[in-house]
Design a binder for this molecule. Structure first.
Ligand code: PEP
Length: 270
């Protein structure tokens, strides 16, 4: 993708296919989505994150296209006696550029802690993968007024000791846990508020202009009907899409609405 200049924006549309598809289904869906997103390059990064087992076939499908490949997890050690784990080097060998870290489903079902997530982020950055670090409050945390504190704590913990050198980037996905997979996204304005809290935290953690290489995206029941609302907010630099990324027409509209917003903005800045 072209590298936007100072006033030009770049947006991300990231598909998280979770554990929903077989290897063959993943390859077919990748080819479908590639065919649709093929022309949208300027300022838009489309990333497909299949399960580990489908990375190789999907990697071959996206090779040479404008879509990038991402994994859904990695292990924090480079190599060794860690049965069942997958290293950053293996992900890179398969063509992955991105890796999701600390998804709330892993925090919830696999007991991933802030410390484990931090070690994974450090390994991803060290290995030259772009981490997509997921943070977000539960319904109870929001109800009890802890939303901002939880999100800030998760960002600080995940990025402890992280240095972005060269052109290294990272993404924070703000994903309110209680809306994931429900079909009911939060109001875009509400999401933008958390994005501002995250941006402030990033400014505190990284000097300018390094902080500008940390991008903040929203995830949680994004679909073709609500995407227009999210692209209006400059704080929201893209979306992480679960359920809707499994439906090519849905995903195409999400990517195309996002891309049109990028083009409209960037033309006005030229
Ligand atoms: C996710 O799990 O990261 C996600 C955003 O899922 P969904 O879009 O289905 O809410």
């Amino acid at each position: 993708m072209k590298n936007p200049g100072r006033n030009l924006i770049k947006r991300y549309v990231i598909a998280n296919w979770k554990m929903q598809l077989s290897v063959a289904e993943s390859e077919t869906l990748a080819l479908d989505e590639l065919a649709s997103c093929g022309e949208m390059n300027e300022g838009l990064e489309v990333v497909i994150c299949p399960s580990f087992t489908a990375l190789e076939r999907v990697g071959k499908a996206v090779k040479g296209s404008l879509c990038a490949l991402g994994a859904q997890d990695l292990f924090w050690e480079a190599k060794g006696q860690y049965t069942g784990e997958v290293s950053a080097a293996t992900l890179k060998e398969l063509g992955a550029k991105y890796v999701i870290v600390g998804h709330s489903e892993r925090r919830q079902h696999l007991g991933e802690t802030d410390l484990m997530i931090n070690k994974k982020v450090l390994q991803a950055v060290k290995s030259g993968l772009v981490p997509i670090v997921c943070v977000g409050e539960t319904k109870e945390e929001r109800r009890t007024g802890k939303r901002d504190a939880v999100v800030e704590r998760q960002v600080r913990a995940a990025l402890q000791g992280v240095k972005l050198v060269g052109s290294q980037e990272l993404l924070i996905a703000y994903e309110p846990v209680w809306v994931i997979g429900t079909g009911q996204a939060v109001d875009p304005e509400d999401a933008a508020r958390s994005h501002m809290v995250i941006r402030e935290t990033l400014r505190d953690l990284f000097p300018e202009p390094v902080a500008q290489r940390a991008h903040i995206i929203y995830g949680g029941s994004v679909d073709s009907k609500n995407i227009d609302g999210f692209v209006r907010f400059p704080e929201i630099e893209g979306v992480l899409v679960g359920g809707a990324s499994l439906k090519p027409r849905e995903f195409l509209r999400i990517a195309s609405v996002t891309w049109q917003a990028v083009i409209k903005h960037n033309i006005s800045k030229r």
